[in-house]
Write a protein that binds this ligand. Structure first.
Ligand SMILES: Nc1ncnc2c1ncn2[C@@H]1O[C@H](COP(=O)(O)OP(=O)(O)OP(=O)(O)O)[C@@H](O)[C@H]1O
Length: 703
C-alpha cells in the first residue's frame, strides 16, 4: 500500500516550469508545473513566507507531514524548497482538482451515490491510515478531496492537521480549535474535554452530505450561527423521505458518523467495513463519470475567477457593504471561539424566536430542505449565498437601518462611527488550552441526542446484517496498540492553536475564492468580549436580539444580557421550547448575588459614561455647536442617572447591602456582647473570690 517515490525531484526553482494557476487557498497559490529533468507534470504550492505570520514552525510541520506520509489516498509532497521569500512544495498533479471545484463547475446539486461511495471510501482509507499513525486531519471536506485524471482520490491539506503524539505523553485529545465551522464536530466547538480522531468522523459525515447535496449543511449561515445550530440542533443527516435518490445504507452510514457523542461514532477502520462501501465501484468509474467532459483544471479555475471578478466589479458597492456586515459577523464569530458555553446556550435559546431560526427549525425537523435553495449556476450561487449570508448576518446583529441610524447620529465623528464604537469594546487575550484531559474523559454524553443516535446506530447495525466486521461492535477508539508502535510524525497547524484561519471561519465554503483579497482585513487576533446584538424575540418593538435579551433601552443603545454575560453569571433555560428568555434564578444567597449585581451596575455605568463621552465628543467636534445640539446634550445630561430598571436594581442592591450590613453589625454586636458578658462574668467571679476571701479573713479575726 506504500507509495513509492523513487524519483528524485530537484530542489531548485529553475528546474521547474510554472504553468497556469490551478488553485488558491488562504496561504498559498497552486500551479500546474513541469518538472524539466523528469519531464513530469506536477503541482507546486507556493507559499509566501512573508504573509505567513511567521508561523514557520507550522509550515515546516505541514511540509514534513506531507513528505513523510505514505499512502495512495493521502496527498504527499515530493519535495520542498525555498526560493526568495517563497516556499515551494512540489506535489503530484491532481488534474481533476478538488471535489468542490468539480461540483461547482458541473454538479451544483451534488454527485450520484455511486460516485459518492467511491470518493468516501477512498477518503476513509486515508483516514484509517492517518488515524493509525496518530494524525487527526481536522479539515476533511470536499475542497480537500482531490481527484486525478485516472480517478485516484487523495485527501489533501495538512494546514490544520494535528499529530496526537507531538506532545509526547500528553493525552491523546486535543484542545485546539481548528477546522471549518460547517464541518466541525460539536466536541471541537465545545472545547470542553478536548477531542480525538472521532472529530474527523463527524467531518467525514458532513462531507458525505456536502457531496450528496452540493454544499455542507448550514453552509449559508454565518459562523456563529453554524456553531449554535451544530450544538443545539439534532445532527444533520439524509432524510429518509426527501433524499429518496439515496439508499438506506448511505443514510445509515451518514447517521452513524453524525452522532453528537463521539464515543458512539465508529472509528474510521470500523466505518470502512460498513455495507455502504461494500459495493462501491472502482476508481475508473469515477474518472468516466465525473471527469469526462470537464475542461482542464486551469481553465475551470480561471473561468471561475473571471466570473467572480466580473460580479465583484459590477456590484462592488453592495459587495463592500455586505462584506462590512459579514466582517462584523466574522468578528462576532471569532469572539465566540472563546465562548462561555452557558452564554452560548443562552444565546441559542434566544435565537429560537428569530424568524429565520424558526424556519430553520422547521427545515431541520423536516430534515434538511436547505439544499433545494442552492441550485443554479455555481458562481451565481456563490453570490446568492453571499446574499443570504449577509441577510442572515444583518438579522443576527445590527440591521442596515440601525447601522445607518448610527452613522447618522455619529456623523460628526472624525473616525468611522462603528470604529468609534469599537473603542468601547473590551479586548481580551486568547485563552490557550493546555493540558488535555485523558481520552477516557474526552467525551461528554449528550443525553438530548442519545436516544436518536442509538436508534440510528441500531438501524444501521441491523442493516449491516451478515457483515460480521461491521456488526462486531464499534470500538470507540482507534486502535491505540497500533499507534503506539508507529513512528511519530511531526505535524501541526499553519495556524496558532486557538487562532483561526480567517478563511476557515467565513462560514461559507464558496468564499475561499474571495478570501485572499480580504485576508489582511480579517486577521483579528484578539476576540472581542463585548458584543452588541439586537433583539427581536423579546422586545416588544419587534426588533431582534439573537444574542441577548434587552435589559434596557437607552436611546439607540441597548444593554443586553449578552453584553454582560461574559462577566456576570446569568442563568438561562436551555430549553428550546420553554420560555427561553426567562432567567432561572438559582438558589443563591443575597450575599453571593451582590457582587454580580454590583458588576451589572458597574457595567451599566461604564456604558453610560462611554455614551456620554461620545456625545461630548460629537458636541466638541460639531461645527454646529448650536442651541439644538446643546439642547440635545443637555437633555441627555439631564436624563436621570438611572433608568427605572437600573434604579430598581440599585435599590435592591442597597437593600441587600443594608441587610448584609445589618446582619454583619448584628453578628458583630452580639459577639461583642458575649465577650462583654464573659468579661463581666470573669470579673464577677474574681470579685466573688475576693469577697469570700475577705469573709474568711473576717471570720478568722473574730475567732
Ligand atoms: N496537487 C494538486 N493538484 C491540483 N490542484 C491542487 C493540488 N493541491 C491543491 N490544489 C488546488 O488548490 C487549492 C488550494 O490548495 P490548498 O488547499 O493546499 O491551499 P491552502 O492555502 O492550504 O488552502 P486552505 O484554504 O484549505 O488552507 C485546492 O483547493 C485545490 O483546488
Amino acid at each position: 500500500m506504500g507509495q513509492t517515490t523513487e524519483k528524485k525531484f530537484p530542489v531548485t526553482a529553475k528546474e521547474y516550469n510554472l504553468c497556469e494557476e490551478v488553485g488558491e487557498g488562504v496561504s498559498a497559490t497552486v500551479y500546474r508545473a513541469l518538472c524539466i529533468p523528469l519531464n513530469e507534470v506536477v503541482a507546486i504550492k507556493v507559499l509566501d513566507l512573508e504573509k505567513c505570520n511567521n508561523d514557520f514552525d507550522g509550515i515546516r510541520r505541514e511540509v514534513q507531514t506531507m513528505i513523510l506520509i505514505d499512502h495512495p489516498n493521502v496527498l504527499r509532497a515530493h519535495c520542498s524548497f525555498t526560493t526568495g521569500h517563497k516556499l515551494w512544495v512540489v506535489m503530484p498533479y491532481m488534474a481533476g482538482g478538488s471535489c468542490l471545484h468539480i461540483m461547482k463547475s458541473s454538479y451544483p446539486e451534488g454527485f450520484e451515490e455511486p460516485v459518492i461511495a467511491i470518493l468516501l471510501r477512498e477518503v476513509l482509507k486515508a483516514l484509517v491510515y492517518l488515524h493509525a499513525h496518530g494524525h487527526i486531519h481536522r479539515d476533511v471536506k470536499a475542497g480537500n478531496i482531490l481527484v486525478d485524471a485516472n480517478g485516484a482520490v487523495k485527501l489533501a491539506d495538512f494546514g490544520v492537521a494535528a499529530c496526537m503524539f507531538d506532545t509526547g505523553d500528553r493525552q491523546r485529545t486535543r484542545n485546539t480549535f481548528v477546522g471549518t465551522p460547517c464541518w466541525m464536530a460539536p466536541e471541537v466547538m465545545q472545547q470542553l474535554h478536548g477531542y480525538d480522531f472521532k472529530a474527523d468522523i463527524w467531518s467525514f459525515g458532513i462531507t458525505a452530505l456536502e457531496l450528496a447535496h452540493g454544499h455542507a449543511p448550514f453552509s449559508k449561515y454565518p459562523p456563529m450561527k453554524v456553531l449554535l445550530m451544530t450544538l443545539q440542533n439534532a445532527p444533520p443527516g439524509l432524510d429518509y423521505e426527501r433524499d429518496k435518490r439515496f439508499s438506506k445504507s448511505f443514510k445509515d452510514m451518514v447517521a452513524a458518523c453524525l452522532v453528537k457523542d463521539p464515543k458512539k461514532r465508529p472509528s474510521s477502520e470500523k466505518l470502512l467495513k460498513h455495507p455502504f462501501f461494500k459495493h462501491a465501484r472502482s476508481n475508473d468509474y469515477l474518472a468516466r463519470s465525473i471527469l469526462d467532459g470537464l475542461s482542464p483544471l486551469g481553465e475551470r479555475f480561471r473561468m471561475l475567477k473571471e466570473k467572480e471578478a466580473h460580479i465583484l466589479a459590477q456590484d462592488k458597492a453592495s459587495y463592500e457593504y455586505k462584506e462590512h456586515l459579514s466582517q462584523q459577523e466574522y468578528m462576532r464569530g471569532i469572539s465566540a471561539w472563546n465562548f462561555n458555553l452557558e452564554d452560548l446556550k443562552s444565546q441559542a435559546a434566544l435565537i429560537q424566536d428569530d424568524p429565520i431560526s424558526v424556519s430553520e427549525e422547521s427545515i431541520l425537523s423536516e430534515k434538511h430542505k436547505d439544499r433545494q435553495e442552492n441550485v443554479g449556476h455555481p458562481v451565481e450561487r456563490v453570490y446568492s449565498e453571499l446574499d443570504n449570508h449577509s441577510n442572515v448576518a444583518s438579522q443576527l446583529e445590527v440591521g442596515p437601518s440601525d447601522i445607518h441610524d448610527l452613522e447618522n447620529s455619529l456623523a460628526a465623528l472624525p473616525i468611522k462611527p462603528l470604529q468609534a464604537l469599537k473603542g468601547c469594546f473590551d479586548v481580551c487575550e486568547d485563552e490557550i488550552g493546555v493540558g488535555s484531559p485523558s481520552l477516557r474523559d474526552s467525551v461528554r454524553p449528550d443525553s438530548e441526542q442519545e436516544s436518536q443516535q442509538q436508534a440510528s446506530t441500531s438501524v444501521m447495525d441491523r442493516e449491516a446484517g451478515g457483515d460480521d466486521a461491521w456488526d462486531a461492535g464499534q470500538s470507540s477508539t482507534t486502535s491505540y496498540s497500533v499507534i503506539a508502535g508507529c513512528k511519530k510524525f511531526p505535524s501541526g497547524s499553519l495556524l496558532q492553536d486557538n487562532v483561526l484561519s480567517p478563511k476557515k471561519y467565513m462560514g461559507h465554503r464558496d468564499r475561499e475564492y474571495l478570501q485572499p483579497k480580504y485576508q489582511s482585513e480579517r486577521n483579528y487576533s484578539c476576540p472581542l468580549q463585548y458584543r452588541q446584538k439586537k433583539d427581536s424575540s423579546n422586545s416588544t418593538s419587534g426588533e431582534d436580539a439573537s444574542e441577548g435579551a434587552v435589559i434596557e433601552h437607552r436611546g439607540r443603545f441597548k444593554v443586553t444580557s449578552a453584553d454582560l454575560s461574559n462577566k456576570v453569571p446569568i442563568y438561562y433555560s436551555n430549553s428550546m421550547s420553554g420560555d427561553s428568555a426567562s432567567p432561572i434564578v438559582p438558589n443563591l444567597s443575597a450575599a453571593s448575588v451582590f457582587p454580580s449585581l454590583q458588576c451589572i451596575l458597574q457595567q451599566n455605568t461604564m456604558l453610560r459614561e462611554e455614551i456620554m463621552k461620545l456625545i461630548k465628543f460629537v458636541e466638541q467636534n460639531s461645527s454646529d455647536a448650536s442651541e439644538s445640539t446643546e439642547g440635545g446634550i443637555n437633555e441627555l445630561v439631564q436624563i436621570p442617572p438611572t433608568t427605572m430598571k437600573e434604579r430598581e436594581l440599585q435599590t435592591q442592591v442597597l437593600q441587600m447591602q443594608q441587610s448584609v450590613k445589618k446582619n454583619c453589625i448584628g453578628k458583630f454586636q452580639m459577639s461583642a456582647l458575649v465577650e462583654e458578658l464573659q468579661r463581666l462574668k470573669a470579673k464577677n467571679a474574681q470579685l466573688e473570690r475576693k469577697y469570700n476571701a475577705m469573709l474568711k479573713k473576717d471570720d478568722k479575726i473574730q475567732e
